[in-house]
Design a protein around this ligand. Structure first.
Ligand SMILES: Cc1ncc(COP(=O)(O)O)c(C=O)c1O
Length: 382
């Protein structure tokens, strides 16, 4: 089977993990801060907080801005369910903004129109979670301008996009947002097994994220009510969670981060070849906005005649190519239909989904394997 995505683990990665296993700290040790420092320096953000996965990181980000009952979060329907679920965990309401049919990212024009309407109905969102789909940055300048006009916060769900850049800044710098979230799941650009991170430039959000990651417990006398009773003493001052990453994961993450440029440049090579070899087929190939440089987590084609998607998908799977589909629009999930959403609500995301297939794209995909995928795809379209 050729998967659509998978991790690359080097000997150095294995040695880095072994070193932790032989050390005093499997969790809550120095490897966590090392990884946080490495990622924040790589991205150009002031603060980073390592979390056990991106789903929990999104939850903490929403808690850090005190999203709660009566608040509204908007996101893209073309995402993994976690980008929306984080609002529901906090008792807030979710709504969606349709996508740009060229980038498959949340459309700033649709956002502007929806904001104008929401203002009239007094239903403005507290936060908009933008998703850099497939690794391609959203139109952050336009979205940030709207945030200033309508006073909402921005969380970047950059689960696909570590290593991408937007204008002069790396994704993660959070220049255009309040916080950015990364995922380090094995199909992503770099991995820690399970893992996530929140980056921010706000010291107060940084403090809150750290507190909530570890049960809402502090050992800092300055944060306590009353006084510390001794070196053993701690206080729970908020309702937090155990959303910590282990040192084992953090050491792997650090080692993976050293390889990120070569990971991404190989992904770009593979993309270039797909673009060349597939251009004459009845497909829509990924379109790139000039302001961004994608990290290329996914290579998504759209079958122009979407009635053939099922046939093409089955033919590729039968040929041992484990293609996938990203994403079933979140508002069409049964759980979200129960909340009142229905098919037809976000037509661009639905139309895109009908024809979409994600082709294999990962560092270790060989030239021969890629040619095999291309030939099988070509044959399936005949
Ligand atoms: C856009 C997006 N957001 C959030 C997540 C959740 O990431 P994790 O698996 O690290 O919880 C994913 C995972 O696939 C994702 O693709």
């Amino acid at each position: 089977m050729i998967p659509y995505g998978r991790q690359t683990i080097s000997e150095q990665d294995i040695l880095s993990v072994q070193e932790i296993l032989r050390s005093d700290w499997l969790t809550q040790g120095p490897a966590i801060e090392n990884f946080e420092n490495a990622v924040k320096e790589y991205c150009g953000a002031k603060y980073a907080v390592a979390i056990c996965n991106a789903t929990s990181a999104l939850h903490l980000a929403c808690r850090a801005i005190e999203l709660g009952a009566g608040d509204i979060l908007w996101t893209s329907p073309n995402t993994f369910v976690a980008s929306a679920n984080c609002a529901l965990y906090c008792g807030a309401t979710v709504d969606f903004v349709d996508i740009d049919p060229r980038t498959y990212n949340l459309c700033p024009i649709a956002l502007a129109q929806k904001l104008e309407q929401a203002k009239q109905n007094n239903q403005l969102p507290k936060v908009v979670v933008v998703v850099h789909f497939a690794g391609q940055p959203c139109d952050m300048r336009a979205i940030k301008a709207l945030a200033e006009q309508y006073h909402f916060l921005i969380i970047e769900d950059a689960s696909h996009a570590i290593g991408a850049s937007y204008l002069d800044a790396k994704i993660g710098s959070s220049v255009y947002s309040d916080m950015t979230i990364f995922s380090f799941h094995p199909v992503k650009i770099i991995t820690t097994g399970e893992g996530g991170m929140v980056l921010t430039n706000h010291p107060t959000l940084h403090q809150k994220l750290k507190l909530l990651r570890s049960h809402g417990i502090t050992r800092d006398p300055a944060q306590m009510t009353g006084h510390s009773e001794g070196d053993w003493y701690y206080q729970q001052i908020d309702l937090g969670y155990n959303y910590r990453m282990t040192d084992i994961q953090a050491a792997l993450g650090c080692s993976q981060l050293h390889q990120i440029e070569s990971f991404i440049s190989r992904r770009r090579e593979i993309v270039k070849k797909y673009n060349t070899e597939l251009q004459s087929l009845p497909l829509m190939l990924p379109w790139q906005h000039q302001d961004g440089l994608s990290a290329w987590h996914l290579y998504v084609i759209q079958i122009k005649d979407s009635s053939k998607r099922q046939v093409v998908f089955k033919a590729l799977r039968a040929a041992g190519i484990n293609v996938n589909v990203h994403y079933i629009p979140v508002h069409t999930q049964p759980y979200y239909q129960q909340l009142g959403f229905k098919v037809g609500d976000f037509p661009q995301a639905e139309k895109y989904y009908q024809g979409a297939i994600s082709l294999p794209l990962y560092f270790d995909l060989s030239d021969d394997q890629q040619m095999y995928v291309i030939e099988k795809l070509r044959a399936s379209l005949q």
